[in-house]
Ligand binder design. Structure first.
Ligand SMILES: [Zn+2]
Length: 109
């Protein structure tokens, strides 16, 4: 139950920082989210080498680097005003919509 109730507070376009793993300390923008796998693709984080086969004459074969999805639990939203990864809170606005804020400086994210 604990796992199911855990909300994903990261959205596409957010700036996040890797807080664990090989790329710890790196920041980037969220490009894609895979909610079922609890993984996201972050720009410039978790590069993996991929071998590409040369399929056409005009294509370059060889090894290319691609961002690979990273576990959400290894990421934290990066607050630009705090200049550090922070915990995010969610607050309900008067119109019923929800807004996210930095728990440290209370800035809206
Ligand atoms: Zn902040």
């Amino acid at each position: 139950m604990e796992k199911l109730s855990r909300k994903i507070k990261i959205k596409k376009g957010d700036t996040v920082m890797a807080i664990a793993g090989r790329d710890r300390g790196k920041t980037g923008k969220v490009l894609r989210i895979y909610p079922r796998k609890s993984r996201v693709v972050v720009e410039g984080v978790n590069f993996v080498k991929k071998h590409m086969r040369k399929t056409r004459q005009d294509q370059e074969g060889g090894i290319i680097k691609r961002e690979s999805p990273i576990q959400i639990s290894n990421l934290a939203v990066f607050c630009k005003s705090c200049n550090r990864p922070v915990r995010i809170g969610i607050t309900a606005l008067s119109d019923g919509s929800k807004s996210r804020f930095c728990k440290r400086c209370k800035e809206m994210i």
